[in-house]
Design a protein around this ligand. Sequence first.
Ligand code: ADP
Length: 398
Amino acid sequence: MKILVINAGSSSLKYQLIDMDGEVVVAKALCERIGIDGRFTHKTGDGRVVTKEVAMPDHTAAFEQVKLALTEGEGKVIDSLSEVSAIGHRVVQGGSKYDKSVRIDAKVLADIEGYSSLAPLHNPAHVQGINAAVAAFGKDVPQVAVFDTAFHQTMPAKAYMFGVPYEYYQKYGIRRYGFHGTSHRFVSARCCELLGKPDGKGTRIITCHLGNGSSIAAIKDGKVVDTTMGLTPLDGFLMGTRSGALDPSVVTFLMEKEDLSPEEMDNILNKKSGMLGISGVSSDDRDIAKAVEEGNDRAKLAWDMRTYEIVKYIGGYVAALGGVDAIVFTAGIGENQIDLRREILSSFGYLGLKVDEQANDCRGKEREITTADSAVRAFVIPTDEELVIARDTQALIG
Ligand code: ADP
């Protein structure tokens, strides 16, 4: 069975075609600059690459390119679209309603659209992606929504409520939702297997998804009890261009002093802050690491601020969980940034955690990075959100 996994953004559309027989990626691609000038890159599992500049005025046009790339020309991987059994969509915001993946019907689609006010950059694009997928593949191909927020729905109210008047929760759904749930779910489930407790019972795990966007989750008995991202993916600690948590007065102070509109303030917090805003160097961690090596003080400050914030969150979650069995690192930075992992973990020597320097010297591979006598175990576990989406889709279509 082949499943198409779709991640539709406002001006981009990523897909992977996965053969569930062996869970092999048959092809993956990126349609960029939809509605601008259009760029399309399609890679097959056997190494063929097709790149073209092609106008894609909207998501429906992008899907036409997807269909062509899959079935014709140099990047052809299937004879006919009928080989695609189902389509799984990544959906960022599923609100308080969706605690697991679902088959998409008219009601689910209306709900995804309804949550647009909570994820204005993402959910409208997902709706376009779903509609375009139906138009391209027909109504008979089942479509499934896999929500970034779903795994975090087990958080208790004391963790997800913010200390603003309760009426805003009732009126607008203002609360912590958490994101990257698909990734936290995947790596925590794998960690439970590595701990020899595949059902998760009795485990206390802290998962660190460190990428351009980053979040940490505290997971007890396989269920999230707290996470760093909030109403939106802006909360938490310093990310590539996002500020993470700060004194809320900073926002009103700056808006007043700099005469900023809500959109302008939002843009500063999401696009100009974080590692980029502090270092003035880059949002990309490799550039930051290089600048630190070269003695750039502000890059070092950004680096140290992030490490400190992460250590504080992990420490807080150890308290929330009543101890910790394992800490997991994943995503672009978590899987590859050896120094950052060492610095974070060495702050937990007081818990009896001992880093295995040699094991930690690895990138992008599953590996235990603490010593055999370490009281707390730590792992690098590469994430695979597309695979989770494909597995959920397969399970839901039976
Ligand atoms: P997202 O999916 O959120 O866009 P990723 O999980 O791909 O992000 O992570 C991107 C980040 O990972 C970038 O900051 C990049 O610099 C960092 N990264 C990727 N590869 C490496 C590496 N080999 N060493 C250090 N950092 C890396």
